[in-house]
Design a protein around this ligand. Structure first.
Ligand SMILES: [Zn+2]
Length: 149
């Protein structure tokens, strides 16, 4: 129908959902991720169950879902399922550790990979970088404690 809503002063609500970038342990809007990896050869793909369902339904070459495909309000429910499933995979990996030390090591490893993952995604795009959440800097930095002599 394309009806005009009028009252042009109000900011338009975002249509793209917030999406977990699992390897970066951070959430980004779908359009932001799509812009960050536009033209990239190594677009991050997700292998959580809902994303594999999407990959099968959409016939992607590897059966996975690129994280750059959550760009519309129609993708909101899928994004929610992805966010939950992807966090669960990370959590399961950490909690499957045989003891607390190993669990700490696993979580620390996830955190230490996250910042370089974002940095790599930002190469050549100084104007609109993917930003790490403040907590991630703290989590990634906490690994230094275990290297104390
Ligand atoms: Zn996923």
């Amino acid at each position: 129908m394309g009806r005009c809503r009028g009252g042009g002063g109000a900011p338009r609500p975002r249509r793209d959902p917030a999406v977990l970038f699992p390897r970066a342990l951070s959430y980004h809007y779908g359009e932001t991720l799509a812009a960050a990896f536009e033209g990239a050869t190594d677009v991050p793909r997700c292998h959580c169950a809902p994303c594999r369902e999407w990959g099968a339904a959409n016939g992607t070459a590897d059966g996975l879902r690129p994280l750059t495909t959550f760009t519309d309000s129609a993708d909101r429910a899928d994004a929610h399922r992805h966010n939950h499933a992807a966090w669960s995979m990370i959590w399961d990996y950490v909690m499957a550790a045989p003891d607390e030390n190993e669990a700490g090591r696993r979580w620390g490893g996830c955190c230490e990979r996250a910042l370089p993952t974002l940095a790599a995604a930002n190469v050549g795009r100084p104007d609109n970088p993917l930003k790490p959440p403040p907590a991630l800097r703290v989590w990634a930095g906490s690994g230094a404690r275990s290297r104390r002599r």
